[in-house]
Design a protein around this ligand. Structure first.
Ligand code: C5P
Length: 229
């Protein structure tokens, strides 16, 4: 189906210990954010992209894609959910329909495979709720007590790691984010907002190498992968 992409890119990425937000770090001659945008701009069913950016972001105007007419800006917010909400408002102003599909994808996940993107779009095309790419937990999982000791081993067979893109219809997602925010709920991804609204998004198994650059070693790992392409 046709779809819009929303890229929240207003975070500071403090865990990277770098001189700039992680989406602007360089990977094989381009910024991470440009690689991330390329995953979507190459797609024939894309209607447009909204990127949420910090108000004083000095790096974005330097990128060649800042002048791409398919890419629109929205103001970043305090939390990731605020940045996504602002982007959804911008989509409305651009003429998006309430039932249009929106794919929200982290700026810091530059290694999204086309096969994963197409699988998400095809699997959810007629789904009433929507869903997300996710990866089954592979390590044994422990619950910690306050002293940093194991209190329990968690059944990993039912545990998944939530990745992005996360794909939902524009208006239900906008409403869910607004309602969750009003209630003061902790919302760390789009699925959690939909869950808060009482819905069950579908989990679609994706590739483990669609990782979110979080620590310095993640960038080194991706740079090695890119060098081998
Ligand atoms: O910090 P974390 O890796 O969880 O951020 C996930 C994504 O959300 C990143 O692409 C980051 O730029 C974005 N973000 C945002 N606005 C915030 C916080 C994070 O757009 N206030």
């Amino acid at each position: 189906p046709p779809f819009w992409a929303v890229i929240p890119a207003a975070g500071v990425g403090s865990r990277m210990r770098a001189d700039r937000p992680k989406q602007y770090l360089s990977l094989a001659g381009k910024s991470i954010l440009e690689h991330t945008l390329d995953c979507f701009l190459d797609h024939p069913r894309l209607k447009g992209v909204v990127v949420s950016l910090a108000a004083d972001d000095p790096y974005w105007p330097e990128l060649a894609c800042a002048r791409d007419p398919r890419i629109h800006r929205a103001p970043g917010g305090r939390e990731r959910a605020d940045s996504v909400f602002n982007a959804l408002q911008t989509l409305g102003e651009l003429g998006a329909e309430p039932t249009d599909w929106v794919l929200v994808h982290d700026a810091a996940r530059p290694n999204l495979a086309r096969s994963d993107l197409d699988n998400l779009l095809m699997t959810l095309a007629h789904d009433p709720v929507g869903g997300l790419l996710a990866v089954p937990a592979r390590d044994t999982l422990k619950r910690a007590d306050a002293d940093g000791r194991v209190s329990q081993t968690v059944d990993r067979s039912v545990i998944w790691q939530a990745y992005t893109p996360q794909m939902f219809h524009l208006e239900p997602l906008r409403r869910a984010l607004a309602d969750a925010q009003d209630a003061g709920a902790t919302i760390t991804d789009e699925s959690s907002a939909m869950e808060w609204a009482g819905l069950s998004p579908r989990l679609i198994e994706g590739r483990g190498d669609n990782l979110k650059v979080t620590r310095p070693e993640d960038l080194q790992w991706l740079a090695q992968r890119w060098a081998q392409r």
